[in-house]
Write a protein that binds this ligand. Structure first.
Ligand code: MG
Length: 355
């Protein structure tokens, strides 16, 4: 099989509720949909979304990166996924979201050619997974109200954003725990917001409140800090911004710095690299979570299939599509009941795109 064309276009995703910030409100965000077609007429779809403060990418850099990469990829076999990633990496460094968009489209093609849904192509038997939902930073009262709404919708796992003011972080978690009761699973994401010293003190309090994991307490570069915190912490420590690549994962496990790695397709370059990171983690006794950026059904379907196919993923944090109105242009992939995403039995991703 041979890749014949690679095209990319921007798609607007409308938010269910505007995100209000100090200087105005955001009503929508844009993503890039990639369409790869083979000479045999099989079409695969992928998606890349830019988050400037995480990957340094925007929709425009993704469009331009796909333009650079496609020249090197046309004529290659979509099944030569290892070779394709090495071609992409030696053609253009970084630009992980652009690479992820191509990677996801190639897995869609492989599934369609093999006549298998993606979760089965990846070797799994489970056809569904459970996601958490995130409570964003607000006042402790607002955050508690949001947590109660999430529990009311049937979710068992809540991820709480923290890291701006450590005392308020603890207060918010205390109130949320009181409100939701002892059986809801709580994780905290500090998004690099604490110092190593503060982390030890805060995590001790979080542990007393039954928090079961703390994500990225310290800056991304501070691997020694993560290792120090982990050596003192009574609960698991998770890396997010400290782990983009399989090489990052190898460094983290060598330094005994983490218990869990938060893999995101947009950080690592897609399913192939995510599988590599998961293997490094699993063989070193480290568990994984699959996280997401503001991705639509396309990339969320790919992520959900990955989580469903690999028991080493103990958490799914694939909640971005809950923030969007259903897009008329992007359909399928999975059906959603409360926190459960049930994957499509159609071949590949099972996604339909007007493109
Ligand atoms: Mg995070």
């Amino acid at each position: 099989m041979i890749i014949k064309t690679i095209e990319a276009k921007k798609v607007n995703l409308e938010l269910l509720h505007p995100v209000v910030v100090a200087i105005g409100s955001i009503h929508s965000c844009e993503t890039v949909v990639v369409k790869v077609e083979t000479e045999e007429g099989i079409v695969g779809y992928g998606e890349g979304i830019g988050v400037t403060f995480v990957t340094g990418e925007t929709v425009d850099t993704i469009l331009s990166a796909v333009g650079v990469l496609k020249n090197e990829l046309i004529g290659l076999d979509p099944f030569a996924i290892d070779h394709i990633h090495s071609v992409m990496d030696r053609t253009l460094i970084h630009n992980a979201s652009a690479k992820a968009a191509i990677d996801i489209a190639l897995y869609d093609i492989m599934g369609k050619h093999a006549k298998m849904p993606l979760y089965r192509l990846l070797g799994g038997i489970a056809d569904q997974m459970e996601t958490d939902l995130t409570v964003m930073i607000g006042t402790p009262e607002e955050m508690t109200e949001e947590a109660l709404q999430i529990v009311g919708r049937g979710f068992h796992h809540i991820k709480i954003k923290a890291g701006l003011h450590s005392e308020e972080d603890v207060e918010a978690v205390r109130r949320i725990r009181e409100a939701v009761g002892p059986h809801i699973h709580l994780k905290i994401d500090a998004n690099q917001g604490w110092s190593a010293g503060d982390s030890i003190r805060i995590i001790q309090k979080m542990a007393e409140l039954g928090v079961e994991a703390v994500e990225q307490p310290v800056p991304a570069w501070d691997i020694d800090g993560l290792a120090y915190i982990r050596s003192k912490s009574p609960i698991p420590i998770m890396a997010d911004e400290s782990c983009f690549s399989p090489q990052d994962a190898a460094k983290l496990v060598k330094k005994d710095a983490v218990d869990i790695i938060n893999i995101k397709l947009m950080k690592c370059g897609g399913l192939y690299r995510a599988l590599q990171i998961n293997t490094i983690a699993e063989t070193n006794g480290v568990r994984c979570m699959l996280g997401c950026m503001m991705e639509s059904r396309i990339s969320i379907s790919a992520g959900a299939a990955l989580v469903a196919s690999r028991p080493n993923f103990i958490y799914g944090d694939l909640d971005s599509f809950f923030y969007f109105k259903e897009s008329p242009e992007i359909r399928g992939g999975f059906t959603c009941t409360g926190p459960r995403l049930k994957l499509s039995e159609e071949y590949g991703l099972g996604i339909k795109v007007d493109f």
